[in-house]
Design a protein around this ligand. Structure first.
Ligand SMILES: *Cc1c(COP(=O)(O)O)cnc(C)c1O
Length: 412
């Protein structure tokens, strides 16, 4: 992008004009590298879901859906949540279908936060949060994840200290992109207490709600997929706890999720927001003038998948768990200090044991050096500090692609 072109961008969006993801993907393409930078799967979702979308088009479901989304999808979303977490949402007043989780996030911030109010983010954070805060003319404050055990935990004292008189909304993402951290019930309980004490609204981004794993099984030879054996004796599987299920949280929480990561359908951009009617109507007020509605034929298809494809999703989860092990093993063999990933598509690793001091420089050179692309975790933070040497790798790729990447990594 030329400097001249960029200078026309409004000031509050200028920091977001270009992203490291686009830069690394362009490098990957130019160098023919295996792209472990961007987090999208390279296989399709359940066949019955794809078929349902084709049927919907054939049957003429090609015009605007109702503003809140098609009833069949809103009912399926509420029923799925009730089945898995015991939460009750009224499909008519408390469920809103959005253009992916991304729109649900932007509309939540735009609909609930006044210009000048503060939004608290836990860093590293998914890049769209800061942009949504900027779109709303609000201010962001961040509190860090900190190293704990083989992974990360929320700095709860910093969280409490960061809350001021203008703090309106806290955004929590678990399972967490980019680190793969799954917040524990103990952490979430304390976050809930803090939110209640300070009367905060909370947005929880739960797009990886189904993709949580058992403790890692490392040591398989790089490039081979471990046996598809599922739970191993003695491991403690991570458990996803929706924040809205904790005491005092239902009335202050907008829960956001999406079909993208659950059903390998990132291109369908079909997501949703759930919450009490007074919050969801605020989200809808913003959403209706951004896009009005999303793609109609995808909605009955996602409803079908929510109703019928639990077994497919469990298979996806187990496959990703094995891929997490394969990539973690390969990165360890390559000499990186691998952090434990308990969910999502991602594992982070510290490159300082290789003598590297800057993850961004490392990622810029990687496609040329060994034919692999990844992204620096500094792309997800305001305060590089302890994140300067951390790199995020995506493992949501075919086994053959990961095996190829594993081999290339050995050249480090
Ligand atoms: C992928 C992702 C999203 C975006 O989801 P869409 O449904 O594609 O908009 C939101 N949050 C996180 C943490 C993600 O990784």
């Amino acid at each position: 992008m030329s400097a001249e072109h960029q200078s026309r961008t409004v000031e509050r969006l200028r920091p977001f004009a270009s992203t490291i993801f686009a830069e690394m993907t362009a490098l990957a393409v130019a160098k023919g590298a295996v792209n472990l930078g961007q987090g999208f799967p390279d296989t399709d979702g359940p066949e019955s879901m794809l078929e349902a979308a084709r049927d919907a088009i054939s049957q003429g479901l090609n015009q605007y859906s109702p503003g809140p989304g098609m009833p069949v999808l809103r009912h399926a979303i509420a029923a799925d949540r009730a089945r898995r977490f015991g939460t009750e949402y009224d499909p008519d007043a408390q469920v809103l279908v959005t253009v992916g989780a991304t729109e649900a996030i932007a509309a939540t911030v735009l609909g609930l936060v006044e210009p000048g109010e503060e939004v608290l983010l836990i860093e590293p954070y998914y890049d769209s949060y800061a942009a949504a805060v900027a779109l709303a003319g609000a201010k962001r404050t961040t509190v860090p994840l900190v190293a704990e055990g083989a992974g990360f935990a929320v700095d709860l004292d910093a969280l409490e200290r960061a809350i001021g008189p203008h703090t309106k909304l806290l955004i929590v993402n678990s399972p967490h992109n980019p680190t793969g951290t799954v917040l524990t019930r103990v952490e979430l309980t304390r976050i809930a207490e803090i939110a209640c004490e300070h009367d905060l609204l909370v947005l929880t981004d739960e797009v990886y709600e189904r993709l949580v794993f058992d403790a890692p099984q490392l040591g398989h030879s790089a490039g081979s997929t471990p046996a598809f054996s599922g739970h191993s004796a003695g491991s403690t599987p991570a458990l996803h706890v929706p924040l809205c299920t904790l005491p005092g949280m239902f009335e202050r929480t907008v829960t956001v999720s999406s079909a993208a990561k659950t059903f390998n359908a990132t291109g369908w951009k079909t997501g949703w927001a759930l919450g009490p009617a007074e919050l969801i109507s605020a989200v809808r007020a913003a959403k209706q003038f951004m896009t009005f509605v999303g793609g109609t034929p995808f909605q009955p298809a996602v409803a079908h998948a929510l109703d019928h494809e639990d077994a497919w999703v469990e298979n996806l989860r187990r496959g990703l768990q094995s891929k997490r092990d394969v990539l973690s093993t390969a990165l360890t063999k390559a000499g990186l200090d691998v952090k434990e990933s308990s969910g999502t598509y991602f594992v982070c690793a510290d490159v300082s044991p290789l003598g590297e001091t800057d993850a961004l420089g490392f990622c810029r050179s990687l496609p040329d050096r060994i034919g692999v692309a990844a992204v620096p975790v500094t792309a997800f933070v305001d305060h590089p500090g302890s994140w300067k040497t951390l790199v995020r790798f995506a493992f949501c790729k075919k086994d053959a692609v990961l095996a190829d990447a594993a081999e290339r990594l050995l050249a480090l």
